[in-house]
Design a protein around this ligand. Structure first.
Ligand SMILES: *Cc1c(COP(=O)(O)O)cnc(C)c1O
Length: 405
């Protein structure tokens, strides 16, 4: 039986796994202690829960427990990682290299750092959504202190060559930060193998609760130092003050433990379902895949249905299927997505794009329904479109004619 709406927006957020909720519950009520209370069992119990979670989180990414700093989510972890490095290493330099399809958390933090006197180079990705390693190497200069490149892109799912990126950075003595929020829990991530020095990720993208995340901070080869961005009681080794969200952290830990056990199987299953969905859509005339077909996450497909505006398409089926359009990320503005613009696909294709992101509750029945529903909606909308008529008659369409009828 189908449950509506069919949720294909797992890159936005995921439901909590019931095992995660179960792991969290005691810490709201009976085991409500403050993990920083050293004088009584309730405090010790909370601290134990946090330290178990720290082990579970560290294990998923191949880190040591002391290298995990709990935060309120990936956005905070990104802010702490980037600003913390910028402040600490200002004696060495002020230059950061990043790329133009990073999540807003990274782009806007880099913007802030520029206002604080930093210099930021934003590498342009190639049309496949991946940075050019030669351009990266050329961008690094004596004042460079950090390379910040995402592990997996949230809109198109493409994977950056992190190992190669960190090899280049290491050779030049530059630290590597990665926003791995979309990768952790979906594909194997190992900070040692990948040569990452700082890494941000979030519980709610991997079937954990919202409002909790972590920053990985390498402690040896090299030992990374950070200037705290939140001052207070000295929690998290003084790097991030504030009473710990014990239930959230316990849930995050459980979610990481589950992901470690199930990620491979889930990934393989979702890849097959994703490919079924994608192939069906790519069989429709004038549809295009955005981003590299091979080097990407197993659960995402970003497709442009030319001659149909993404928002109109969503309106056509939105009650039944929950997805994101290429202009939905900042829903208030109808601007096409900056990620798709960066791929230089053209405004027409950027504005007709839909991101499908599958998750572990996705069923084949849901995929079959989605294929049928969206195929018929695309056909119906195209029949109403003067541009589609022009295309069918072989009339040339100028870029400015798109969506101005
Ligand atoms: C969701 C997401 C974030 C933000 O994470 P929050 O925990 O919601 O702050 C950052 N980067 C990427 C790539 C994301 O997908």
């Amino acid at each position: 039986m189908l449950n509506f709406p069919i949720y294909l927006d797992y890159n936005s957020t995921t439901p909590c796994d019931p095992r995660v909720v179960e792991a969290m519950l005691p810490y709201f009520t009976s085991a409500f202690g403050n993990a920083a209370s050293r004088n009584h069992p309730l405090g010790w119990q909370a601290e134990e829960a946090v330290e178990l979670a720290r082990e579970q989180v560290a294990k998923l990414i191949g880190a040591e427990t002391k290298e995990i700093v709990f935060t309120s989510g990936a956005t905070e972890a990104v802010n702490l990682g980037l600003k913390g490095v910028f402040e600490t290493y200002s004696g060495k330099g002020n230059h950061i290299v990043t790329c133009n399809i990073e999540h807003k958390a990274v782009l806007d933090t880099c913007g802030r750092i520029e206002k604080m006197g930093g210099e930021v180079t934003s590498l342009k990705v190639k049309p496949d959504g991946i940075i050019d390693l030669k351009e990266l190497e050329a961008a690094i200069k004596p004042s460079t202190i950090l390379v910040a490149v995402m592990y997996a892109n949230n809109e198109i799912g493409t994977l950056m060559p992190i190992k190669e990126i960190s090899a280049i950075a290491k050779k030049k003595g530059v630290l590597v930060f990665s926003d791995a929020t979309q990768a952790v829990g979906k594909i194997p991530v190992d900070v040692i193998r990948d040569g990452i020095d700082l890494m941000a990720f979030s519980a709610h993208k991997l079937y954990g609760p919202k409002g909790v995340g972590a920053l990985y901070v390498r402690r040896k080869d090299p030992r990374v130092k950070l200037t705290p961005q939140i001052d207070g009681g000295g929690h998290e080794r003084g790097i991030r003050s504030g009473t710990l969200n014990v239930p959230g952290i316990a849930g995050f830990g459980k979610a990481c433990e589950i992901a470690l056990n199930e990620l491979k199987e889930t990934g393989e299953r979702l890849r097959l379902l994703r490919d079924k969905l994608e192939n069906a859509f790519l069989n429709i005339e004038e549809t295009y895949l955005n981003g590299d077909k091979n080097q990407r996450l197993p659960n995402v497909s970003n497709i442009s249905f030319r001659y149909v505006e993404g928002d109109a398409l969503m309106m056509g089926f939105n009650k039944n299927i929950a997805v994101s359009s290429g202009s939905a990320c900042t829903s208030a503005s109808p601007e096409p997505s900056y990620v798709l613009k960066a791929l230089e696909v053209g405004d027409d294709l950027a504005r007709s794009s839909i991101r499908f992101s599958l998750g572990k509750n996705t069923t084949e029945e849901e995929i079959d329904y989605t294929i049928a529903e969206i195929t018929s909606t695309v056909n119906r909308l195209r029949e109403l479109s003067p541009l589609w008529e022009m295309y069918k008659e072989g009339v040339e369409i100028k870029q400015e004619e798109w969506f101005h009828h």
